[in-house]
Ligand binder design. Sequence first.
Ligand SMILES: NC(=O)C1=CN([C@@H]2O[C@H](COP(=O)(O)OP(=O)(O)OC[C@H]3O[C@@H](n4cnc5c(N)ncnc54)[C@H](OP(=O)(O)O)[C@@H]3O)[C@@H](O)[C@H]2O)C=CC1
Ligand SMILES: CC(=O)N[C@@H](CCC(=O)OP(=O)(O)O)C(=O)O
Length: 345
Amino acid sequence: MKKISIIGISGYSGLELLRLLHNHPDAEIVNVYGTSNTGTLLTEIFPKLIYLPKYAKLIIKPFSSQEIMQTSDVVFFATPAGIAAELATDFIKADFPVVDLSGDFRLQNPLQYEKWYQKSAIHADLLPKADYLLADFDQPKQTYMSNPGCYATATLLTLAPLYLQNLIQLDSVIVDAKSGLSGAGKNLSDSSHFVNVNENVSMYKLNQHQHIPEISNKLKTWHENALPIQFSTSLIPVNRGIFVSTYAKLAERVSFSDVVAAYHQTYDDKYFVRVLGDNRLPDLHRVVGTNFTDIGMSYNELTHTLTVVTVLDNLVKGAAGQAIQNMNHFFGFAENAGLDLVPIL
Ligand SMILES: NC(=O)C1=CN([C@@H]2O[C@H](COP(=O)(O)OP(=O)(O)OC[C@H]3O[C@@H](n4cnc5c(N)ncnc54)[C@H](OP(=O)(O)O)[C@@H]3O)[C@@H](O)[C@H]2O)C=CC1
Ligand SMILES: CC(=O)N[C@@H](CCC(=O)OP(=O)(O)O)C(=O)O
C-alpha cells in the first residue's frame, strides 16, 4: 500500500484526486496540505466527506516537505502554476516521487514558460529532472512526473496518429477546443460568474493559451516537420468536460480509411483511449466522471477535410485521473487501478 500526500486538497483537482484514490486498491491518503483553513479538519470544510471514516482525521496542514517525505511514498501537487516551482526543490534533490498537475515543469525551456505562463520559471538545471508524461504514450523514467494540461491531453491524443503516421498536410491543422468551467479552478472571476457562463459561450486566450507550446513541443517529437497549429479555447456552460474539434487536410495519396486504420492501430491496445470508428462522433456524456478519452472522425469529400472529435473529463483524464495513471505506471500497478469508472450519466 503506497502512502499519498496531496498539496492543494481544497481545489477542484485536489478533491478529485481524493475521490479517485478512495477506490484505489494500492494507495491511501495520509496527509493533505493547503494554505487556507490549515489546522481544520477536512470534513469540516467538505461536510460531504463526513460519512467516509477514512478521512475523519485528516487535517489540512501547512506545507512541509520533510513531513511529506517522512510519511508518504509520493506527493501530488494540485496547485496553481508557480507553486510547484517554488516548493518542489527538496523533493527533486531527494529523488522523492512527485506527480505535478500544474504546468511548472511541462516546458523544458524556461523562456518558453515565462512567455506563456507569465511567471518566473524554475531554475533551468532542475527542468531536465522532470518527465513530461502523456500517460498513454510515455512511461516515467525519473521521479518527477509532470502531468500534461487538460487541453493538451485532448489535442495530443487527437493528433498523435496523424503526426506519427504522416497522414495530414501539416500546415492545415485547426484545433477548436472547449472546456467546462471546472477547468478554470475554484477561484471566482468575472468570467466565471454563473450569470456570465450559464447560457453563454465565449472564446478566450485566443492564440495565447499556455498549452500551445506544450502541444507544439510534443508534436515535434512525433514529426520533425511539425508546424505551429491554430488553436482556440472556449468556455461552455458545463461543469466538466473538454470537447475538441480538429480539422485538417489529408496528405497526398492518404485516404479516410487509412486514417481510421491509423487511429485503431495507435489506440486499440491503449485501455483509456477509445476509437469510435468512422463517422461516429462522441459527446461529453460518454466520458464525464471517467478517465477515458473518446475519439471519432469523419471526412468531407467535397472540402477534402478531415474532422476529428475528441472528448475527455478535464478533472479526470485532464488532471487527477491521468496523474493517477502516471503514478500507477511509476509503481508498476495495473494501469487502471482506481480508475475503472463509469460515466456519471
Ligand atoms: N481544473 C482542471 O480541470 C485542471 C487543472 N490543472 C492544473 O492543476 C492545478 C490545480 O488546478 P485546480 O484544482 O483547478 O485549482 P484550484 O484553484 O481549484 O485549486 C488549487 C488549490 O491549490 C491550493 N494552493 C495554492 N497555493 C498553495 C500552496 N502554496 N500550498 C498548498 N496549497 C496551495 C489552494 O488551496 P488553498 O486555498 O488552501 O491555498 C487550492 O485549493 C493547476 O495547476 C491547474 O492548472 C490541470 C489540468 C486540468
Ligand atoms: C476553462 C479554463 O479556464 N481552463 C484553464 C485550464 C487550466 C489549466 O489546466 O492550466 P494548466 O494546465 O496550464 O495549469 C485555462 O484555459 O487556462
